[in-house]
Design a protein around this ligand. Structure first.
Ligand SMILES: [Zn+2]
Length: 103
């Protein structure tokens, strides 16, 4: 993905279109819930304790070979636009792309 270093965009604070500087936002996407951690938490609360394999709480099958079928090769990229006048920043919608180039 090729994006310009600066672009004109609407600024909420200035209430008009101003020149914005764009950088790649570092925190892109949300991390999923920690599976192992949530199991540990459930056990502390008294869930999933007892005999046998207790479904979600029980042991998982041993995975000998990890194969990620159809994994995505691109990453979600969010661009951060900062207003040159008042320094207010906003985040653009995430898009999938292999790499970002600022031209
Ligand atoms: Zn502004």
């Amino acid at each position: 993905m090729k994006t310009p270093k600066t672009r004109k965009s609407y600024c909420k604070k200035c209430k008009k279109h101003t020149e914005h500087k764009s950088v790649q936002n570092k925190t892109t996407g949300k991390r999923g819930a920690l599976k192992r951690g949530s199991i540990n938490r459930a056990k502390k609360r008294g869930l999933g304790v007892g005999y046998g394999n207790l479904g979600n709480y029980g042991s998982k099958p041993a995975v000998t070979k990890w194969k990620r079928a159809g994994s995505k090769t691109s990453k979600k990229i969010a661009l951060k636009l900062t207003c040159n006048k008042c320094k207010t920043s906003k985040i653009l919608q995430q898009r999938r792309s292999k790499k970002v180039e600022f031209v």
